[in-house]
Design a protein around this ligand. Structure first.
Ligand SMILES: [Fe+2]
Length: 291
């Protein structure tokens, strides 16, 4: 089993003068490719095939978007565009992966500006380190509820079809909140299929350390931004509490780990600098398939 040493959490980055300078570049300036790429959003689809998917949930469509970072580097027009793209997927469930704003103030503004999201069964969301660094989980949860988004903060949402239960659950942010892994595990215990959606993949390691283990069938995470700048799949900097080796193991894409599927999104926005290289901005459509 891999061992990782946990570091102290840092305050999240905010854009500096250089980041704001890059952000002043016009959209059409393709010559500065990393700035141009940071503004191009791509749909990345996954099919998750598992014998544990109940027949009642075979074909369930989940739209997922994380790390919008509304603020100086990403404005209202791109929030509207994201909502239109998510609604166009006509998903059964929409999950927002946290880091709505570059800071807590902008997370509230994001929720105000966000056009209504439409899904057949549920729209839910978690809190990320940028939302949470200023201790606003309860207020943010209330603001989400006001917009028809079920907050998942050490809590779960149960979807029932034909007597079968699908659980979507999340802990509080692992670096700036109070994650309660055992409580969430207990909530998910009786479900037929469990989707765990913590903001950061560091929560997967922390859940093991806290004794909750791998209590989920599928994990959906953001936070990493795919490194924002990644060369041949390796990011020189990752925002992982467990260091760059763990950060690069859980940087981007789909993998199977300890019998569970794990998907890590590159996210929608950027932090610190509006630059992307080797880590396209992404939102997702994930379809569950019964094997
Ligand atoms: Fe983020």
């Amino acid at each position: 089993m891999d061992t990782f040493k946990r570091k102290e959490a840092h305050q999240p980055h905010r854009p500096g003068k250089l980041g704001l300078f890059f952000n002043s570049f016009p959209e059409k300036w393709k010559w500065c490719f990393p700035v141009y790429a940071s503004r191009q959003l791509h749909l990345k689809e996954y099919e998750i095939c598992s014998s544990k998917v109940p027949a009642a949930f075979d074909g369930l469509r989940i739209a997922y978007a994380s790390d919008v970072h509304y603020g100086a580097l990403l404005g209202e027009a791109r929030v509207t565009d994201l909502a239109q793209r998510l609604n166009a997927l006509k998903a059964d469930v929409i999950i927002l992966g946290g880091d709505y704003g570059e800071d807590a103030k902008h997370s509230f503004l994001f929720l105000e500006k966000l056009p209504p999201l439409e899904a057949k069964l549920a729209v839910c969301g978690v809190v990320g380190n940028h939302d949470r660094a200023e201790g606003t989980a309860e207020e943010l949860s209330a603001a989400m509820e006001k917009r028809g988004i079920t907050p998942l903060v050490n809590s779960s949402l149960m979807l029932k079809i034909n007597g079968k239960t699908l659980c979507i659950c999340a802990t509080d942010d692992v670096s700036h909140g109070n994650p309660k892994f055992s409580e969430v595990k207990a909530q998910a215990e009786d479900a037929d299929f469990v989707i765990y959606v913590p903001h950061a993949p560091d929560a997967l390691q922390a859940a093991k350390e806290e004794g909750a283990g791998v209590f989920y069938d599928l994990a959906l995470c953001g936070h990493t931004h795919g490194g924002q700048v990644s060369l041949f799949g390796f990011a020189p900097y990752t925002a992982s509490l467990y260091g760059n080796r763990y950060g690069n193991m859980f940087l981007s894409g789909h993998k199977e780990e300890d019998g569970a599927h794990v998907i890590i999104s590159n996210g929608v926005g950027t932090t610190w600098m509006p630059l992307r290289l080797g880590a396209k901005a992404q939102y997702h459509l994930i379809t569950l398939r019964r094997k």
